[in-house]
Design a protein around this ligand. Structure first.
Ligand code: XUL
Ligand code: CO
Length: 437
């Protein structure tokens, strides 16, 4: 087999003391935490669009990335070659999964027919490389936002032809995902939203989105695709308001259009903060309705108001995330998908390695700290105690459904006043977290 990245050697776990920057200090794939290896806990995934396709351009300047294997053309051959490089990169990094949009992996042709043929030609190489390396597809998706035909949206476009094109495109992307054994399929509503309500029939657009998703469910059943669909909430960018704005909005949408049984959520950290929530909040909200499927791991910059998609480096954030994920019992089909890109100034291939290594180590530290907090019941005892008034007496009776407004009025008239039971102790709890970190 040809080697495309001869200067990169396999990234190994060398422990916290190592001087080697291209080694894991904390992510040890074989280390067992709470009965599972780290590899099984995280199911780390590399995203094709940022790691192998992002030129690192911004609105003020062209791309800076140096990717020596890429001939810069939009040919199918270049796309196929890029797949081989991508798999060598992922193999050397030691990640078990990847994720892609249809248009990341293969170029658009002059017609839908030609575009589909291009995708088939590249998917064949993806399959070969998956079989060679054992690396699997976490999820596939369709890019319904880059081409100008989707300027008004895809399923929510005012142009019915755009809806039809999007349906054809998702059909094909689902078939390819299924052929590659993808464990899930994601919908991120790229331009499903509006820039002004003055030109928008919101109700009609939402109904169209509901109909689109139901068609996708019908087709999933038809081809026997067994994995879940994920919706990825994001509140804004590119539109001013995206319909899938946060977990609560997505769950409401899924319930309204009868889609709850077929979807879970793919929660992205930077999207949560754009929505004015913490990542932790979005995870807990999804878990509360049994809807957390997978995560797009990244972080934003609190001083910038857009989706900067930076690699996660904040141990507090990964600790909170892993507390939630462990509580849920871990991922089933989902995983930790690095929807993150290096900065425009970090233009060479080693930066891609430093970025992923840092993200994986940050999650490994979060996992170990969260597991220790759980083992010591450092927070759980406090939470259980805080709610103890619900374990017996009037609390237990309310939870069992044994009380009414009348009976509670009678109870309170007799009792007279609410007695304070426990302090919230936020400051002490924050100190405990710091002790463990
Ligand atoms: C955009 C974003 C997407 C989705 C997949 O903000 O996160 O890349 O993850 O379409
Ligand atoms: Co994402």
């Amino acid at each position: 087999m040809a080697e495309y990245l001869p200067n990169i050697r396999k990234i190994q776990y060398e422990g916290p003391q190592t001087k080697n920057r291209l080694a894991f200090r904390h992510y040890n794939p074989d280390e067992v935490v709470e009965g599972k290896t780290m590899k099984e806990h995280f199911r780390f995934s590399v995203v094709y669009w940022h790691t192998f396709r992002n030129p690192l351009s911004d609105p003020f300047g062209v791309g800076t990335a140096i990717r020596p294997w890429d001939d810069g053309s939009e040919s199918v051959e270049n796309a196929q070659n890029r797949v081989r490089v991508a798999f060598e990169f992922m193999e050397k990094l030691g990640v078990p999964y990847y994720a892609f949009h249809d248009r990341d992996v293969a170029p658009e042709g002059d017609s839908l027919r030609e575009t589909n043929a291009n995708l088939d030609a590249v998917a064949a190489v993806l399959k070969e490389e998956q079989d060679r390396t054992g690396i699997k597809l976490l999820w596939g998706t369709a890019c319904l936002f880059a081409n100008r035909r989707f300027m008004h949206g895809a399923a929510t476009s005012c142009n019915a032809d755009a809806f039809a094109y999007a349906a054809a495109q998702v059909k094909k992307a689902m078939e390819v995902t299924h052929m590659l054994g993808g464990e899930g399929y994601t919908f991120w509503g790229g331009r499903e939203g509006y820039s002004t309500l003055l030109n928008t029939d919101l109700k009609r657009e939402m109904d169209h989105l509901g109909a689109f998703m139901n068609m996708a469910v019908d087709y999933k059943k038809k081809i026997g695709f067994g994995g879940p669909f994920y919706i990825e909430p994001k509140p804004k960018e590119p539109t001013k308001h995206q319909y899938d704005s946060d977990v609560a909005a997505c769950v409401n949408f899924l319930r309204q259009y009868g889609l709850m049984d077929h979807f879970k959520l793919n929660i992205e950290a930077n999207h949560a903060t754009l929505a004015g929530h913490s990542f932790h909040h979005e995870l807990e909200t999804a878990i509360a309705c049994d809807m957390l499927g997978s995560i797009d791991a990244n972080t934003g910059d609190m001083l910038l108001g857009w989706d900067t998609d930076q690699f996660p480096t904040n141990i507090y954030e990964t600790t909170f995330a892993m507390l939630s994920i462990l509580k849920m019992g871990g991922f089933v089909t989902g995983g930790v998908n690095f929807d993150a890109k290096v900065r425009r100034e970090s233009f060479d291939v080693d930066d891609l390695l430093h970025a992923h290594i840092g993200g994986m180590d940050t999650f490994a530290r979060g996992l170990k700290i969260a597991a220790k907090l759980r083992e010591d019941k450092a927070l759980d005892n406090f939470v259980a105690e805080r709610y103890s008034s619900w374990d017996s007496g009037i609390g237990a009776s309310i939870e069992k459904g044994g009380e009414t407004f009348e009976s509670l009025e009678k109870y309170m008239l007799e009792k007279g006043e609410v007695t304070p039971n426990t302090s919230g102790r936020q400051e002490m709890l924050e100190n405990i977290i710091n002790d463990y970190i």
